[in-house]
Design a protein around this ligand. Structure first.
Ligand code: SAM
Ligand code: SF4
Length: 328
């Protein structure tokens, strides 16, 4: 799959559910309305869709959501997809809030999951509850422990929020690196109507980096996981720190990914509305011919880049879709 700008698409992110057991303030409203279950693809359909993408050249697959581990029987999908590891697929991974990890970590490792992204913005219990509304920090920490015991490499994703967790960045570095985990900061993105003015919390990571450099020795690194993060190593800890800057830095030129929702909608860009319906061609026939034609047609429409803009007069989202729909 090569798009009109010559970029090879080899990375598929799949949102297996739009539901979640947390209600993070930057991601969802507390009274979110979720998709009717009837609109959501079955796990067998998701597996078939993913299989077609692997046949078409996808090498890295990430399950996300919503919270992927709250989908009933999701481990059967992981098991099914793991059969493609070494048989087209090079990496199978997940992004999770960690709440269900204590239960699933050993099985994930058994099915070939070697790396996980776990989202955690603070180590303060009360603040964790405020940010996630429904989350329990200790439960997530137990999940992390189980994943580390199972030998899974962990990358912590922390959304940088001005006045909320910016005073904790040094502590997050010491904690994550002390446990051998990478730490990646993400800029808050204007996605989805969540009833708050998110840009008030917007913290440019360029400023974070400059501030960190006053206390830590940051060495530029060319380490890459195939994603948009730019990495540095911290001399004092020997650990890695990454920065994902969708608002201050346009990383679209190297974009290798597309995103599939749990209803079978394919988004060619996180920051654009254009999408292709793959559920109809998937259900129209047992052979993959129509589906493959629809995927090729969609890749032919992959846009050059996103256009998130920082417009402080505009308090609505730049992209009306919630992050939990397309998957972060
Ligand atoms: N529930 C899982 C989790 O939290 O890791 C997976 C889905 S979540 C949508 C994926 C990532 O998107 C998380 O790291 C979360 O912090 C991030 N995210 C959600 N809303 C965001 C926003 N408005 N701006 C930046 N990142 C956001
Ligand atoms: Fe759920 Fe992840 Fe969104 Fe938080 S960021 S509400 S954990 S989907």
């Amino acid at each position: 799959m090569i798009d009109p700008f010559g970029r090879t698409v080899s990375y598929l992110r799949v949102s297996v559910t739009d539901r979640c057991d947390f209600r993070c303030v930057y991601c969802m409203a507390e009274d979110m309305t979720f998709l009717p279950k009837a609109d959501v693809l079955s796990l067998e359909e998701l597996e078939r869709l993913c299989g077609a993408f692997i046949d078409l050249g996808v090498r890295k697959l990430r399950l996300t959501g919503g919270e992927p581990l709250v989908r009933k029987n999701v481990m059967s999908l992981v098991r099914g997809l793991s059969r493609r590891l070494g048989n087209g697929l090079e990496e199978l991974t997940l992004t999770t809030n960690g709440s269900q990890l204590a239960k699933h970590a050993a099985e994930l490792a058994a099915w070939g999951v070697k790396r996980l992204n776990v989202s955690l913005d603070t180590l303060d219990r009360d603040k964790f509850r405020t940010i996630t509304r429904w989350g329990d920090l200790d439960q997530v920490l137990r999940g992390l422990e189980a994943a580390r015991k199972a030998g899974i490499h962990i990358k912590i994703n922390a959304v940088a929020l001005k006045g909320v967790n910016d005073m904790e960045f040094d502590a997050l570095i010491r904690w994550s690196h002390g446990l051998g985990m990478d730490l990646v900061f993400i800029e808050v993105m204007p996605m989805g109507e969540i009833g708050e003015t998110r840009l008030d919390q917007y913290l440019p990571l360029s400023a974070v980096r400059t501030d960190l450099a006053q206390r830590w020795t940051l060495h530029e690194s060319d380490y890459s996981t195939g994603g948009p993060a730019r990495y540095a190593t911290i001399a004092e800890t020997g650990g890695r720190i990454g920065f994902i800057t969708p608002l201050t830095h346009n990383f679209c030129e190297s974009c290798n990914r597309v995103r599939l929702t749990c209803t079978g909608t394919l988004y060619m860009c996180l920051g654009q509305e254009d999408a292709a319906d793959l559920r109809a061609p998937l259900r129209a026939s047992e052979s993959d011919e129509l589906l493959i034609a629809a995927v090729h047609e969609a890749i032919g429409r992959k846009p050059k880049g996103h256009d998130f803009i920082i417009d402080r007069r505009h308090t609505g989202p730049a992209v009306p879709r919630h992050m939990s729909v397309t998957g972060g």
